[in-house]
Design a binder for this molecule. Structure first.
Ligand code: AMP
Ligand code: ZN
Length: 117
């Protein structure tokens, strides 16, 4: 749980403007910015402005905010004119989560494999 900014959180620092990011969309509750290490032509991260460690924790605490993140993920895809895209929420270090502030990866602009690696 949380909801409070965390001093040691990279994405809280991006929300606060203390770390630069290429922001593509912003709402009252969310920020969307380009991933620094893109894995596809479109690779944007959508985050809630408030801090939760992962997507399910966010959805449990503030379901409307989790919906805001999903709605913004689609808005990102629409802006980049993606007919198909993938939304990924890595959850836990074993699944590849490295930043423990909930975020949706929006990936598109190339073919996608299934299952993912
Ligand atoms: P995850 O591994 O699912 O936690 O995703 C974290 C993502 O944040 C990775 O894809 C990183 O490339 C990305 N990332 C790390 N630092 C930055 C940064 N300063 N600006 C934008 N994206 C970042
Ligand atoms: Zn945070």
């Amino acid at each position: 749980m949380s909801g409070e900014p965390q001093d040691d959180c990279l994405f809280c620092k991006i929300v606060a403007g203390h770390v630069p990011a290429t922001i593509v969309r912003e709402t009252d509750t969310t920020v969307a910015f380009r991933d620094i290490n893109p894995q596809a032509p479109t690779h944007v991260l959508v985050i809630p402005k408030t801090h939760y460690k992962d997507a399910a924790t966010l959805a449990t605490a503030e379901p409307a905010l989790a919906a805001d993140v999903l709605r913004e993920a689609k808005a990102v895809a629409d802006e980049d004119k993606l007919e198909s895209y993938r939304i990924v929420f890595n959850t836990g270090a074993g699944a590849g989560q490295t930043v423990f502030h909930a975020h949706a990866h929006v990936l598109g602009g190339r073919g996608m494999q299934w299952p993912p690696g």
